[in-house]
Design a protein around this ligand. Structure first.
Ligand code: AMP
Ligand code: GLY
Length: 420
């Protein structure tokens, strides 16, 4: 089977790493890929938002399966275009990807399907939004409706912060994403992520994870895309997971199918759990980054069988065999991230790192320059390991961090603290 993966971060490196291990995989191409991915797959410099060009490329290269990593191509309808071309595609249609690309859409689905989530209101003008905040007080959560690369949510602990966020969004600082604003009740509890594959009919639970969004130790500093993750998430016990599937995931999928826009791909539910009761924080319609890295580390080659079955509408036949294991990934980022940072600093020591079925370095933002690996993004490396216990996974991941020689990078020292 010839497989094309779209994307070029740590998520896509881990997908390529797992897929490559499956003997069914003949040719593996990743577009655009990165310096780490180039060691295990062909990289193709394609515009991953251009469905027509991708369809031509897939035809010319005899591609059988396309796996879409990030959200932007989904929202742009790339899965629709590739399905039209007759390809098996892992990733939802643009209509179903609204579960991520529009927060108010998701809220409407939750109301229609009776899914437990925060109470909300939707606004298209600052005046009524400000009045809503003044009537409800803080803490309160202000969200830009559209895709905002992780910058669209303000958890306001004071009324002043909430009002500033509203003014900011309606001033156009997030572009079109902020033209509609959703204001939500502030939820308390512990957060965790549940991943579920769905093919429009069947569903297959695909693992749990917890991440660390703040940049610095002790969950301090600015919000990032994620500084590390571990799987499984202890707070998602079998009972809580079953409740989330019955009360949140199944009703959502049923409502999407009822509307004629069935969801096919991976549904990533961000959950808030309090007293054993999960509530939906948000959906993403793709794997999390870096959550995918710990799922792939645990699943290995069987990830491809499930992804293929999902893309071909045969998910009812698929299953996954989870080992009783734990995985952790630690992100190394460029100093300054998530604000401004330099590109081009040299990373040494990568060739000394172990690379086996239990330990891998996934490249998030790297490039090759004159034979050296250099930083080429904000999040740069994901040191990922698996063990019988979370402590073992942690020790192995941090041993790899210690072996990397990159003075221009930084990382958190406390990934997994809550579970350890
Ligand atoms: P999102 O970008 O939607 O994942 O939101 C970012 C983070 O904001 C979430 O991971 C939560 O920590 C927090 N958040 C979002 N919505 C709420 C809410 N209604 N109550 C409390 N925290 C929230
Ligand atoms: N790590 C959070 C995300 O992928 O959205």
């Amino acid at each position: 089977m010839n497989i094309l993966i779209l994307g070029g971060g740590g998520r896509e490196h881990s997908l390529a790493w797992a897929i490559r291990q499956n003997p069914k995989c003949d040719r593996l191409i990743v577009a655009p890929g990165n310096a780490g991915i180039a060691a295990i797959a062909e990289c193709a410099d394609l515009d991953i938002l251009n469905g027509n060009a991708l369809a031509v490329f897939a035809e010319e290269n005899g591609i059988d399966l396309v796996v879409i990593g990030p959200e932007a191509p989904l929202a742009a309808g790339v899965a629709d275009r590739l399905r039209q071309a007759g390809l098996a595609v892992f990733g939802p249609s643009a209509a179903a990807a609204q579960l991520e690309s529009s927060k108010s859409f998701t809220k409407e689905i939750c109301v229609a399907a009776n899914v437990p989530t925060a109470a909300y209101a939707r606004f298209t003008e600052a005046g009524p939004a400000r009045a809503h905040v003044q009537a409800h007080g803080a803490p309160i959560v202000i969200k830009a409706d559209g895709l905002a690369a992780g910058k669209g949510v303000v958890v306001a602990m004071t009324e002043a912060e909430a009002l500033a966020a509203i003014d900011d969004m309606f001033a156009g600082h997030l572009g079109a994403a902020g033209a509609v604003v959703v204001i939500e009740e502030f939820m308390t509890g512990e957060e965790a992520s549940l991943f579920v594959l769905a093919d429009g009919e069947a569903l297959l639970p695909f693992g749990t994870a917890q991440d660390h969004k703040r940049a610095f130790d002790g969950d301090t500093g600015p919000n990032t895309g994620g500084m590390g993750a571990y799987s499984p998430a202890p707070v998602l016990s079998p009972e809580v997971e079953a409740r989330a599937l019955e009360q949140i995931i199944r009703p959502t999928l049923a409502e999407m199918a009822r509307r004629g826009t069935p969801f096919s791909g991976v549904l990533y539910a961000g959950l808030m759990i309090e007293n054993g009761q999960p509530r939906l924080v948000e959906y993403n319609t793709r794997f999390g980054d870096p959550e995918c890295q710990v799922l792939m580390m645990r699943l290995g080659a069987q990830a491809l069988d499930a992804i293929q079955a999902c893309a071909e509408g045969r998910l009812a036949e698929a299953q996954v065999n989870w080992a009783d294991d734990h995985a952790m990934t630690v992100v190394m980022a460029a100093q300054g991230y998530p604000g401004g940072y330099e590109k081009g600093s040299i990373i040494n020591g990568l060739d000394r790192l172990p690379d086996d079925s239990k330990r891998a370095v996934f490249h998030a933002g790297t490039a090759t320059q004159g034979g050296a690996i250099v930083a080429n993004g904000g999040r740069v490396l994901n040191l990922t390991a698996r063990g019988d216990t979370l402590q073992q996974a942690r020790d192995a991941a941090y041993a790899m961090v210690d072996a990397v020689d990159w003075p221009e990078g930084f990382y958190r020292h406390d990934i997994g603290w809550r579970a350890l």
